[in-house]
Design a protein. Structure first.
Length: 169
């Protein structure tokens, strides 16, 4: 009468779906797990930190001596703007988000973040937005209005750039 029924343990992470936990890169790309997303945020912050560090190195080389022609004035403005934008929006904010996404569910005792797919979407928008920002160098020049990019200061740069582009035959 008191007979126990043995239920076999599943051998895959998602039984019946056909997705195993040993899929490597695909599992990381398609993950909605808050720990994996938090780690990916920190990796994105690290990648852009290295890029921002290379930009800082270029700025320091330019400023190493007076009347240095290592970078043109336009290239220096673009590197300076991209360095500030990178360090704030692609390093500091993703690093804080990475720690928040990783630790918040653990601190409150939840299994997962609310809206895990939106959390994953936010990660990939951050990554591809950063790539799109850097593709502007390939497309003819990055933003060059200074790292703060306030409207009164960047307006005249935008007008000058449009005038140059429109006046070319």
């Amino acid at each position: 009468m008191n007979q126990s029924i043995q239920i076999p343990e599943p051998t895959s992470a998602f039984p019946g779906i056909g997705v195993s936990s040993d899929q490597g890169l695909l599992q990381w790309i398609s993950s909605v797990d808050h720990k994996m997303i938090g780690i990916m945020y920190l990796l994105i912050a690290l990648i852009f930190f290295l890029i921002g560090g290379a930009e800082a190195l270029l700025i320091r080389i330019q400023l190493a001596e007076p009347v240095n022609h290592f970078l043109t004035p336009e290239a220096y403005d673009q590197i300076f703007t991209m360095h500030g934008t990178t360090m704030i929006f692609l390093v500091a904010m993703p690093a804080v988000l990475g720690f928040a996404v990783y630790f918040t569910p653990l601190m409150i005792g939840a299994n997962e973040m609310a809206f895990p797919r939106m959390n994953s979407f936010s990660l990939w928008i951050t990554f591809f937005g950063g790539l799109l920002l850097y593709f502007s160098f390939i497309a003819g020049g990055g933003p060059d209005a200074g790292w703060f990019n306030y409207a009164p200061l960047n307006f005249f740069r935008i007008i000058q750039r449009l005038d140059r582009k429109l006046s070319k035959p």
